[in-house]
Design a binder for this molecule. Structure first.
Ligand code: FMN
Length: 333
């Protein structure tokens, strides 16, 4: 049904890719998305040793014979070191994974042009998640296969240029020749149609996948995402140079208060620790940690299976595009 640069590059049914989610993007969810015709994601930072990371790739391959992405996040982190970044890149090349989503530092800085060559030789397609035209242009020069254009609406760590998806997608699409995938604000077929219209060849989403049957978080979290709306997320972390977007809650109010009075990093770190976040997903306590979701939660209304979600998005996207042509008097054109 869909024929875009992304469906052609990976041989998938839908140009819908799951974005990295620390603690959540593990083999079962990844395989469910890939089996449904999109591209699932395993987020490398979930595994600290080479053996565990390799085992996760193999476990995913047992659950699906379809392609999936591996995310390598190279943002400032105490737990995930530069050596681990190098290991993830090497293992992805050795395992010949279908694709890599890099975020944070570009691969040429993390692993040099030898790293780029290693991935090219292994046939691994790699994309960078960027928030600005200049980073997209740099990625194209280095030899990346595509760009994830992430607007300020996105969950996780939007880049500080603070540009919305509506502007960022067409700006990047006109600035590079490699395929562009829209990230941020995508949760249904209508937003997917908008992204394709803006010049993207596909969409990436993450928050929407949290509210699926296969996502291994407590049901309270899924219900909270349905209950909360687009205005219920907030930015934080600017004072430490690592902007984040998460669900407005008790811990983010505390973080805002500390940042407003110029509190130190040592005060903030315990509130953002990985252990707290893991605890929140597992226990369903929505106030105990920053939950890194995007404004797209305003469009989440139910908890479908990944198959139901992707099939629905695919047909809604096509219907929306037809409806739009009809609306401007061009139906059947
Ligand atoms: C729970 C959660 C955890 C995330 N963790 C990461 C991460 O570890 N690395 C990363 O690059 N992006 C991370 N992101 C950002 C997503 O990959 C994606 O860019 C973003 O969520 C897209 O916006 P959306 O959630 O509105 O679809 C995370 C997002 C969510 C929702």
């Amino acid at each position: 049904m869909f024929k875009t640069a992304i469906t052609e590059m990976f041989g998938v049914k839908y140009p819908i890719i799951c974005g990295a989610m620390m603690w959540l993007c593990k083999p079962p969810l990844c395989a469910a998305i890939s089996n449904a015709g999109g591209m699932g994601n395993i987020t490398a930072g979930n595994w600290e040793t080479e053996a565990d990371f390799r085992a996760a790739i193999n476990e995913t391959r047992k659950l699906t014979d379809k392609p999936f992405m591996v995310n390598i996040t190279m943002l400032p982190s105490i737990r995930i070191t530069a050596d681990m970044h190098q290991m993830y890149i090497r293992v992805c090349a050795e395992e010949q994974v279908a694709g890599i989503e890099f975020s944070g530092m570009p691969v040429d800085r993390a692993a040099g042009m030898e790293g780029v060559e290693m991935l090219k030789k292994a046939g691994v397609r790699f994309f960078h998640k960027v928030g600005s035209v200049r980073h997209a242009v740099h990625a194209e020069k280095v030899g990346y296969d595509g760009i994830y254009a992430a607007g300020i609406e996105e969950g996780g760590h939007p880049l500080n240029d603070d540009v919305t998806t509506m502007i960022l997608t067409p700006r990047i699409a006109e600035s590079v020749k490699i395929p562009v995938v829209t990230v941020g604000g995508i949760a249904n077929g209508r937003t997917m149609a908008a992204a394709l219209t803006l010049g993207a060849s596909g969409v990436m989403m993450a928050s929407r996948f949290v509210a699926t049957r296969e996502c291994q978080v407590h049901d309270n979290i899924k219900q909270e995402l349905i209950r909360r709306q687009e205005m219920d997320t907030t930015l934080f972390g600017q004072s430490i140079g690592l902007q984040g977007r998460g669900l407005m809650n008790k811990v983010l109010s505390e973080i805002h208060e500390i940042e407003a009075r110029g509190g130190a990093l040592e005060e903030l770190i315990p509130l953002m620790s990985g252990q707290r976040i893991k605890q929140a997903w597992e226990t369903g306590d929505t106030d105990v940690a920053p939950l890194m979701v995007g404004q797209s939660i305003g469009l989440i209304r139910d908890v479908p299976t990944c198959q139901e979600l992707l099939d629905r998005m695919g047909s809604e996207c096509v219907e929306t595009l037809k409806e739009t042509l009809g609306k401007v008097g061009l139906a059947g054109a």
